[in-house]
Design a protein around this ligand. Structure first.
Ligand SMILES: NC(=O)c1ccc[n+]([C@@H]2O[C@H](COP(=O)([O-])OP(=O)(O)OC[C@H]3O[C@@H](n4cnc5c(N)ncnc54)[C@H](OP(=O)(O)O)[C@@H]3O)[C@@H](O)[C@H]2O)c1
Length: 507
């Protein structure tokens, strides 16, 4: 990683959860590895009345939490926090921005002035547009001497219309090349490794098409529920929270054509083309191609786990989906006729994200009479938690006859003991500091992905005939999701159901 140019980082929403849990620990890790700018100043902005010292103490506690107990790096943490400052401000109020301009002026001028500014929007999404507009009204976005960049947290809109509105609001002040829309999945090492695996090796790419691939499966499972964020989640749901962004980004990287170079736009053009080729799901087909579910109470290892509707902040009759599974096609030459299956859910048996490439079986099964490897070959790209790559194939069992057994050839990132695998935020913030937007989402791709989910949202809003299935917390979602996969192999289950009871039902 190279050292970025000197710069000021302005974090809006600096007293919030994301700042202390993810952003500042990521910055600290970069600092420890000496890949923060030589002159690096951070200004935190939010409403809470905090002094610079109180702000530093709050962030210091967050950094310590991220390191875990027993690790004492007090001196290093203090030296890191010396470059942090704080400004209380109501960001919704344009009248107050003159104080921001003044503070930035003080922090960036001096003997060796800092000319570059990176803004980070880590606030409630309703403020993204107003903050961008207010920055623009003060002229802070103008690149007269140094660069001006803005990182925007998800969600990028609530539906197609609001995503277009957000794009307009951001573009009113910033050019697209200044905007970095963060999707932390793209910062994960194994997600990027999809590109290296596909385009850096001669052996996979020739097989990566409809001739050899039977179907593609992408799962992103969480074992946790809504964890106190019921109020937010109830207005969002799995489709908006996971599918429109993270899962479709993984589809993009799995299905894209080779880019002409690793330049940001070259790569992002190819992802965009995949999204343009997604076959729209017609509203009348939603019930056939999309299964939604909501977890209900169950006992997991003897402990009662509440249902989604019992979570705080959730409406008692909520029909928000905590699980979604979708079958769809990509209409292009590479993928014509190959089904893609994606699923995501909360309160599933484990936390796992993986892409599974299911290869077609051999044209003629020579070993039919024996116990054969019926599942076909699978290539599993494990994004989290234990990042790695696994190839499943059949081998002969030692002894007489030709009994075939499925064996694994695997690689785990954790085996690379001497290599630091940077967490997603670390990689992405460093990229924005150095001006590399390759792993950030572009406005046109964001809109295309909203276009894909729009008919599903519409069908669910209109409701008649649109079912939502209850699944016991700790299971792999509604049983109806099983029938989405025509192929006998079904979904891959990295582990078994955990629930001791609970009812599969229609809600
Ligand atoms: N937390 C996560 O793990 C996570 C993950 C992915 C994406 N995100 C996204 O990141 C963003 C921030 O999330 P979060 O969890 O950190 O939220 P949060 O804990 O609620 O923090 C929100 C921040 O915005 C500030 N704020 C709100 N209204 C303000 C106003 N009018 N003027 C000034 N400051 C204002 C708050 O300041 P005061 O409290 O001082 O008023 C606080 O610092 C959201 O867009 C979220 O969707 C979060």
């Amino acid at each position: 990683m190279k050292k970025p140019e000197d710069q000021l980082l302005v974090i809006f929403g600096a007293s919030g959860d994301l700042t202390s849990r993810k952003l500042v620990p990521a910055l600290y890790s970069l600092f420890k590895r000496n890949v923060t700018p030589e002159k690096f100043v951070v200004l935190g902005v939010s409403r809470s009345e905090l002094s610079d010292d109180q702000f530093r103490r709050k962030l210091g506690a967050g950094v310590q939490d991220s390191l875990g107990k027993g690790i004492n790096e007090e001196q290093m943490i203090n030296s890191f926090l010396e470059r942090f400052y704080y400004l209380p401000l109501d960001m919704a109020n344009p009248q107050e921005y003159y104080r921001l301009v003044e503070r930035i002026d003080v922090l960036t001028t001096g003997l060796s002035p800092v000319k570059n500014i990176l803004f980070y929007l880590s606030t409630p999404p309703v403020l993204f547009g107003p903050i961008a507009r207010n920055i623009g009204s003060c002229g802070l976005q103008k690149e007269t001497e140094g660069f001006r960049r803005i990182i925007v947290e998800k969600p990028f809109g609530y539906d197609l219309e609001s995503s277009r509105q957000l794009r307009k609001e951001l573009h009113a002040s910033f050019e697209e090349k200044q905007i970095y829309r963060i999707d932390h999945y793209l910062g994960k090492e194994t997600v990027q490794n999809l590109l290296v695996m596909r385009f850096g090796n001669g052996i996979f790419e020739p097989l990566w098409n409809r001739n050899y691939i039977d179907h593609v499966e992408i799962t992103s499972a969480e074992s946790l529920g809504v964890e106190g964020r019921g109020g937010y989640y109830d207005g969002s749901g799995a489709l908006r929270d996971m599918v429109q962004n993270h899962l479709l980004q993984m589809v993009g990287l799995t299905a894209m054509e080779p880019p002409s170079s690793m330049e940001a736009d070259s790569l992002r053009n190819e992802v965009f083309k995949v999204f343009q080729s997604l076959r729209p799901i017609r509203e009348e087909d939603v019930s056939k191609q999309v299964i939604r579910g909501q977890y209900v109470a169950s006992h997991i290892r003897g402990e009662l786990v509440p249902g989604y509707r019992e979570e705080s902040g959730v409406q008692p009759e909520s029909r928000t989906e905590t699980f979604a599974a979708i079958k769809f096609y990509i209409d292009n030459w590479r993928w014509g006729g190959v089904p893609f299956y994606i699923r995501t859910g909360k309160r599933l048996p484990t936390r796992v994200t993986e892409v599974v490439i299911h290869f077609k079986p051999t044209p003629h099964n020579l070993f039919r009479k024996e116990e054969t490897c019926m599942t076909g070959n699978q290539l599993i790209i494990r994004i989290q938690p234990d990042e790695g790559i696994l190839l499943k194939f059949g081998l002969k069992e030692p002894g007489s006859g030709f009994q075939v057994k499925t064996v694994n050839m695997d690689f785990h990132y954790s085996d690379l003991r001497d290599v630091h695998v940077p967490p997603a935020y670390e990689r992405l913030i460093h990229d924005a500091m150095t001006g590399d937007s390759t792993l950030y989402s572009r406005a046109d791709a964001v809109e295309e992905s909203w276009k894909f989910v729009a008919p599903i949202l519409k069908a669910w809003e209109r409701e008649p005939g649109q079912k939502i299935y209850g699944y016991p917390a700790g299971t792999w979602g509604p049983q109806q999701a099983e029938s989405l996969i025509e192929n006998s192999s079904g979904w891959r289950y990295p582990c078994k159901n955990l629930a001791d009871d609970g009812e599969y039902c229609e809600l």
